[in-house]
Design a protein around this ligand. Sequence first.
Ligand code: HEC
Ligand code: HEC
Length: 285
Amino acid sequence: MTQAGVALGKDLFFDPRLSANEQISCASCHQPDYAFGDRTKFSVGHSGITLKRNTPPLFNLTWSESFFWDGGVKNLESLSFAALMNPDEMGVDLTDLCQKLNTDKHYKEAFKTAFGIDSVTSAYISRALAQYMRTLVSANSKYDSVQLGLTQYNNEEQEGERVFLKNCASCHTPPLFTDFGFHHNGIDQVYSLDNLSLTTGRFRITRDSLDLGKYKTSSLRNLKYTAPYMHDGRFANLDEVLVHYQNQNTLNQNQDSLVSLIKFSDKEKEELKSFLMTLENPSFD
Ligand code: HEC
Ligand code: HEC
């Protein structure tokens, strides 16, 4: 990573000219005010078609082992092609895009400075975007200050951490609050095998029926900004999520046994919420 590469990636990330209709940038869906997610259940891309999965927030991607809700992409360098070319997201033709950027004085110079190239190519567009996205580090929450010994939890947060460590931490493992694994957390009992299998979870990638309904464990940092929750944004707020975990009792064969062991009272639910709010990083952008 270089300063010039990151700065160029940032320009590209916020530039709507990267989409076919020149109206949608990466930041239209990945908004800095909402931890680089958005407030909707499903975002709408350049074609006006509503997407089938909730837009995830973007932070701490440097440590991610796979991307997308089903882990369908393995590295950040190749990921941008999916967003740029998907007809429902930005719908751009990469050759046209490179031509456009090659006639832009600012970009021509910026690519030259960052990568020493005279002509913009799609591989370097993707590399610059990846460099910028790796700088989106969220590590300045109250939780982090407590870990550094700079501040302390109040009583409710302290109790909430205990409830969290007992019930949630094996999947939402600190300090990133994800184990990067794929689990069935009990939200779906039936799956529709639509043509893209977008609602079948990890099965879309592995085609193993044991992966039906499994999704990548979301990080629980910045929950304040990332509602609605889950891969399809089905829960409007944290209360709905916690009521789900409190009451899940239908045992789908793929449901993780750890989910079945979750147990906490209504008082503990409030404590858990207080703890989860310590994972918010207000200055992150
Ligand atoms: C129209 C909305 C939209 C636009 C525009 C968009 N994205 Fe996304 N992005 C999504 C959705 C929805 C997903 C989840 C896809 C999935 O899991 O199948 C996603 C997933 C991602 C992820 C994976 C995050 C993770 O933790 O797995 C990254 C990284 C990302 N997008 C970067 C970008 C970049 C870079 C651009 C611009 C080139 C972009 N996105 C444009 C909606 C959008
Ligand atoms: C067996 C692993 C597992 C356990 C245990 C678990 N979760 Fe999850 N959690 C997941 C997975 C997987 C997802 C993503 C599911 C999806 O999007 O469909 C998730 C999603 C979430 C989300 C939504 C995040 C977002 O941004 O959409 C919240 C909030 C959450 N879990 C909180 C908790 C809490 C609180 C506990 C403990 C009471 C807990 N989880 C226990 C695996 C687990």
